[in-house]
Design a protein around this ligand. Structure first.
Ligand SMILES: Cc1cc2nc3c(=O)[nH]c(=O)nc-3n(C[C@H](O)[C@H](O)[C@H](O)COP(=O)(O)OP(=O)(O)OC[C@H]3O[C@@H](n4cnc5c(N)ncnc54)[C@H](O)[C@@H]3O)c2cc1C
Length: 463
């Protein structure tokens, strides 16, 4: 029987890297797993390999991750990139696949830093080849310096839409248009949260700088768009939409969509942790204490996986979660934990101040929370919004039952992409609050794993 590792951190974004830094500082051997080939998470993706030119294109927030990445070479940190975690059990056993082999490792404490994912934006034509998310475009830009030189349209709402526009303009891409779907009402609704946001004005200033770049670029920028429809036969050829009742059509060879990010809760859900519906962010988040600890004594969650907070807050949250875990395994006394946590706690409190303003301002347009009947919502199993509504008419009460009615949520992504939309549709069709409808019951494996990989698995007690 192999001794459990003291601390296992899943995810090497700002939260995971900061947690690793705290473990290294305390002299604790930690295991850091991430499915990506390099550390950095979404924001600092491939930063270690990025040329000066690419770093310039991606901006100062990107380059700012360099000090965090230095932890990856610390001697007592076992960093395993390319490790896809597909199950975590409540006793702290983590199952993952790396280099074609399935492995299991036990940990005294596990911190899940699995980050965020983009909220799906379903509308007619969104499954056509050539339609991707803004995050996917950014992954290509960060990971390989690849971007469409011309003919791309960016559509949707939220800071990442504007950031990508700024980055692509900086890379000299000739964008066909930016189509902003932020409803006019959102600006009024967000006003009451403005005083809070002004207490950490950096975010607003960054937003203004993105808006200035986009305005000065000459790229057609449509605001208040609705009724989006991607057109094309075998691949996207254009985007049709309305602005103040007037129909527009822009030709494009790539369409990049975005309407905010939501916590990646597949693992926390599969562990059976209780989740709370965050009405302002319109997403689920696991219930955690001030140290990111969950109701399961070996499991904590940090960063965007615990609720959307942004990179700097995620970093601070990762530190708090690590300090809490180090206390639980007896490495740090409560007094020492609290002393080391003071700085991170102050940063966390300051960095989350602008959230309510951003969350309200970029609340998704209702069109894409309640797609039209003929729009596919479950891409894996090709289930449409109309079919989900039909299931409700037939007596379906929640997302789990839709699996029996029509396999939605049962494909390779295990409901990761369609889960929120299916719950929104059912809640509206039944006329009940979304909290009452709930979410898919997520079961491991949360990522595809082959039988061949499974056959290589040694349980920790066999090794
Ligand atoms: C696509 C996308 C792009 C973004 N770009 C920016 C940006 O440019 N600027 C900005 O300020 N904010 C950006 N954000 C928001 C930003 O991700 C967060 O605020 C911040 O990175 C959160 O840090 P984190 O450590 O919580 O998670 P992340 O940085 O998301 O890190 C999570 C890590 O967990 C790993 N992971 C997840 N699931 C598994 C699994 N099953 N097995 C193994 N590893 C796993 C991922 O590979 C990832 O490296 C982006 C978000 C998304 C979704």
């Amino acid at each position: 029987m192999v001794d459990p590792v003291p601390l296992l951190i899943m995810g090497s974004g700002p939260a995971g890297l900061a947690a690793a830094q705290e473990a290294v500082r305390a002299g604790v051997g930690a295991l850091l797993l991430d499915e990506q080939p390099t550390g950095g998470g979404q924001i600092y993706r491939a930063l270690g390999e990025a040329t000066g030119e690419r770093q310039k294109t991606l901006g100062t927030d990107y380059a700012a991750g360099a000090p965090l990445l230095t932890v990856l070479s610390a001697q007592c940190l076992d960093h395993q990139p390319g490790a896809t975690v597909w199950e975590v059990s409540p006793d702290g056993t983590v199952y993952y696949t790396r280099q074609g082999q399935a492995r299991a490792v036990s940990a005294e404490q596990v911190i899940l830093c699995s980050g965020a994912m983009e909220r799906p934006m379903p509308f007619p034509g969104w499954t056509l080849p050539g339609v991707m998310t803004c995050g996917a475009a950014q992954i290509l830009l960060k990971g390989a310096g690849v971007f469409p030189a011309s003919g791309a349209v960016l559509a949707g709402s939220g800071p990442l839409l504007l950031l990508l526009a700024k980055q692509l303009i900086g890379a000299r891409a000739r964008l066909a248009a930016v189509v902003d779907t932020t409803p006019a009402d959102n600006y009024r609704g967000a006003l009451k949260y403005l005083p809070g946001a002004l207490r950490t004005p950096g975010y607003l200033l960054k937003g203004l700088s993105m808006i200035r770049t986009l305005s000065a670029s000459g790229v057609p920028w449509y605001r208040g768009a609705s009724g989006l429809e991607a057109i094309g036969d075998d691949a996207v050829a254009g985007l049709r939409f309305k602005v103040r009742g007037r129909q527009h059509e822009v030709a494009c060879s790539n369409l990049f969509l975005h309407q905010g990010v939501v916590p990646n809760v597949q693992l926390s859900r599969s562990l059976g942790l209780e989740h709370h519906w965050d009405g302002l962010q319109r997403c689920w988040r696991p219930i955690l204490d001030g140290w990111g600890a969950s109701a399961l004594e070996r499991i904590a969650v940090a960063g965007d996986a615990g609720g959307i907070m942004g990179a700097r807050a995620a970093e601070a949250h990762g530190r708090l979660a690590a300090l809490g875990a180090l206390n639980r395994i007896g490495v740090l006394s409560e007094t020492e934990r609290d002393r080391r946590a003071a700085g991170a706690r102050a940063v966390y409190r300051r960095e989350i101040l602008p959230r309510p303003f951003l969350d309200r301002l970029y609340r998704p347009h209702p069109d894409y929370l309640q797609p039209a009947d003929d729009t596919i919502v479950c891409r894996c199993e090709e289930v449409t919004a109309g079919q989900i509504r039909k299931y409700v008419e037939l007596g379906c009460l929640g997302p789990n039952q839709t699996k029996a009615f029509g396999r939605s949520g049962m494909g390779p992504c295990q409901g990761r992409v369609c889960g929120l939309t299916v719950s929104e549709i059912i809640a509206q069709a039944r006329g009940v609050p979304l909290e009452q409808v709930g979410y898919y019951r997520i079961r491991p494996p949360i990522k595809p794993v082959t039988l061949g990989e499974l056959a290589t698995l040694e349980q920790p007690e066999d090794a």
